[in-house]
Design a protein around this ligand. Sequence first.
Ligand code: UD1
Ligand code: CA
Length: 458
Amino acid sequence: MPHQNTIAVILAAGKGTRMHSDKPKVLQSLLGETMLGLVAHAAKGAAAQVLTVVGHGVDQVRKAHPELAEGFVLQERQLGTGHALQVAWDRVRASGATHCLVLNGDTPLVTPEAVEDLLETTRLGSDLAFISAVLPEAGAYGRVLRGSAGEVTGIVEAKDYDPGRDGPDTGEVNTGLFCLNIAAMENFLFSITDANRAGELYITDLVALAVEAGLRVHALRREDAGTLMGINSPLELAQAEETLRADIVARLLSSGAILHQSASIVVGPFAVVEPGAELTGPCRVLGATRISRGARVGAFCQLTDSIIAPGCEVREFSHLESAHLEAGAIAGPYARLRPGALLMENARVGNFVEMKKAVLGPGAKANHLTYLGDAAIGAGANIGAGTITCNYDGVNKHKTDIGAGAFIGSNTALVAPVRVGENTIVGAGSVITKDVPDGALGIARARQSNLPGRSKKP
Ligand code: UD1
Ligand code: CA
């Protein structure tokens, strides 16, 4: 449950120069989710309100995350992480919260558990708490400094770190995840300076200021904190993505999902694969997809934001996006189901069938080489091979209605808007431009002529 007295601030205004990409760094993705989306998910679990400091590529960020836009705070020039928090501070204070959680937008593996532990430290009376990690290679991360009794005395950024002055490198680094007592920080946030190698305002300078003022400062050293480190390069992104993938697969296996060739299965962090669902790799199950118990997904499939009910089969090489299969439906191999495709109970689409905003009623079938767009197909209808709904006239989209029990012969073009009634038959090769009444046989094709002896064959 989010804490009512806590507001979260995600720092996401930076460019991410080391990614060598035009995309703002926080929009780089892991298993189909942006770094910002993952960080925001952890923030929302902990805090009643979430602010996001944005700057570089703000339009792209807004487009990718409209749900966060209300909490956007614009940092026009990126003068450092401390400056980013300063820019958000008016809204932090106005929120009425007592504590402020600060998350770096480039730490996608931050877990709700880590955030919860940090908030717990704060409840025990800390004015400033942050999570630290001990790394074999401290690299470019900020070093945590401790006094003789092990108490935290400050954080020094890698560029400014001087072993002569700051003591030997212990490998303990700042993850960038802070929890601040808002009233206590008030006096310090605006006294940090840019007197450092980067000429930036560092949030990390708050630590020494708070210690000097006698406030209660804690560094929570977490064993698993290596995964909380920021991602600054394509290599780090790939490593984090693989860590996350393997964690999700391991969790699914222990919960009872049946995964064949699990090393090549990708399940996104927000997707649900129920115990008893069966997946064969390589495949990708992304977004808010849900695969129910007893459903099967074959190799080389990609499913995004799709719902697969119990007993369904998504056969090999199928591609689903915002599609919905009700119980017992079968798609593929080689099916392409685009947004708004709905297969009702026991409906079936076969190879090279594309559907978009189209409903296939219970038990209806379209087994081969078909396009169904902006269409409603009644129960038990049979759509022959090569049927095309001509839904677009070059300007507008129009609807095709096919009644229950209809039989559409192969290679039929249905020029929408058009209605083919219940229990009708449409002759193969027809171009249907007029409605076919219930129970009728509709044929619209040239008659065949046979010209004797004209085959030119001996
Ligand atoms: C930061 C920490 C460092 C820590 C590391 C952990 C500081 C000064 N340093 O370093 O101690 O070990 O994270 O990953 O905080 N941002 C803004 N506005 C700015 C600058 C940055 O919003 O003006 C955002 C970035 O988009 C990013 C986050 O703040 O999401 C961290 O900034 P980044 O430049 O990646 O900091 P690091 O050098 O990695
Ligand atoms: Ca970083």
